[in-house]
Design a protein around this ligand. Structure first.
Ligand code: PMP
Length: 423
């Protein structure tokens, strides 16, 4: 049955939207951190930061159902849901960030953020990290090297190495990264390109999940500001309490970006994204250029987003993410004492990267092993994926409902997978 569905999919959808796994998982239901396939088998979702509260969370289902049966319209009529949500959202952000706009995807949020940065600086030069992913639009994909060699990068953009505490040997990662940003600014200005800003995911998700020590982005942000650029924090992955330490990834570093973009977990699966910025930055743009997004900020997505904020607070999910994330790290580090192939385990809250290597001293990335581990984990009911420039970092990012019992599931599965594959 799975083969028939896969063939049907290929026939109508073609090669885009590539599926996970050699034998795709045919899902029919989700609840909490678990997913069920068509044969009734239960899986532990270790990958999903969209259903961040848990799949089909009742608070979101209820809010969406109530709002969808009352009113749904676009943002050019007055309605209160968008205002109620904005008031709530802004309480989670630094006071300087007090203008919000809404869209439906992370790509649209980053696309607008780049337009704003270019408009207010009069520049065109954007800095991103070497394996960054920021979106699907023409503009965002032109600064998304993670898309691979087929995707042209904007000639005005500069790629800098991400601050990888495992591979970069330096006593001061903050100064190291700031130097690279500074060099990139000099380089683009020598080429006659005016600097617009740094677009950065503070957890460096597609660069291999690099939480690094809290605070180390401060120097790079200072460099950007001194050069007249805009700091855009892409919070699509680290945002909404994921890192435990802070509600937003950038807040771990004690920086105040000029623009913050958000998406994925914002509506727990209902498509909604947002951009929040300093008043003077966003107003300079909005006063001159109209922006309209038919579905952006619609009452149903705002109701879902509000239920997400409420639930993060009422269920104490940020504190939970910090505590259970630390427990998960400890358990995985325990495994690393028995499996040479685990080169590094790092994380912030429930965002963990586990790096597989063929040589612990030379830090040789083992992509083939990582891909085999994914398949073995799947056989044991654990769904996840890989990230990083070498594709050898297991990305563990479960719904925040993740519990102690799940740690045992993951570690046993990983222990068995590595035993099967490496001994
Ligand atoms: N930024 C980051 C860091 C992302 O991970 C993604 C999606 N993977 C996006 C932006 C784009 O979001 P969307 O797919 O909702 O357009």
């Amino acid at each position: 049955a799975t083969r028939a569905l896969t063939e049907r999919r290929e026939k109508s959808l073609g090669g885009s939207y590539r599926l996970f796994y050699r034998r795709p998982v045919h899902l029919v239901r989700g609840e909490g951190q678990y997913l069920w396939d068509a044969s009734g088998r239960r899986y532990l979702d270790m990958y999903n930061n969209v259903a961040s509260l848990g799949h089909c969370h009742p608070a979101v289902v209820e809010a969406v159902t109530r709002q969808a049966s009352t009113l749904n319209t676009h943002t050019r009529y007055l309605h209160e849901t968008i205002l109620d949500y904005t008031d709530d959202l802004l309480t989670t952000l630094p006071a300087e960030l007090d203008r919000a706009m809404y869209m439906c995807t992370g790509s649209e949020a980053n696309d607008l953020a780049l337009r704003v940065a270019k408009f207010v600086t009069g520049g065109d030069g954007v800095i991103v990290t070497r394996e960054a992913y920021h979106g699907t639009s023409e503009l965002t994909s032109s600064v998304s090297p993670a898309l691979g060699s087929g995707q042209p990068i904007a000639p005005t953009a500069r790629l800098v190495d991400a601050p990888d505490a495992y591979r970069v040997d330096t006593p001061d990662l903050g100064a190291w990264f700031a130097q690279r940003v500074s060099d990139a600014i000099d380089d683009m200005e020598r080429a006659g390109t005016r600097f617009a800003g740094l677009l950065v995911d503070s957890l460096f998700s597609s660069d291999g999940v690099l939480p690094g020590p809290a605070g180390y982005l401060r120097e790079a942000a200072d460099v950007v500001h001194r050069a007249g650029g805009v700091v855009i924090a892409d919070e699509v992955q680290p945002g909404f309490a994921r890192t435990g330490e802070a509600f937003w990834g950038f807040a771990r570093h004690g920086i105040v970006p000029d623009v913050v973009t958000m998406g994925k977990p914002m509506g727990n699966g209902i498509p909604v994204s947002g951009l929040v910025a300093r008043t003077e930055v966003l107003d300079a743009f909005s006063d001159r250029i109209p922006y309209f997004n038919t579905f952006g900020g619609n009452p149903v997505s705002m109701a879902a987003a509000r239920a997400v904020l409420d639930t993060i607070r009422s269920e104490g999910l940020q504190e939970h993410s910090a505590a259970i994330g630390a427990e998960l790290l400890t358990a995985l580090r325990g495994l690393a004492t028995r499996h040479e192939a685990i080169g590094d385990v790092r994380g912030a809250g429930l965002f963990v990267g586990l790096e597989l290597v063929s040589d612990r001293t030379a830090l040789t990335p083992d992509r083939a092993l990582a891909l085999d581990v994914l398949e073995e984990l799947r056989e044991r009911g654990v769904l996840t994926s890989v990230a990083g420039p070498h594709g050898n970092v297991l990305k563990l990012r479960p719904p925040l409902a993740f519990a102690s019992a799940d740690i045992a599931w993951v570690t046993t599965a990983l222990d068995e997978a590595l035993t099967v594959l490496t001994s």
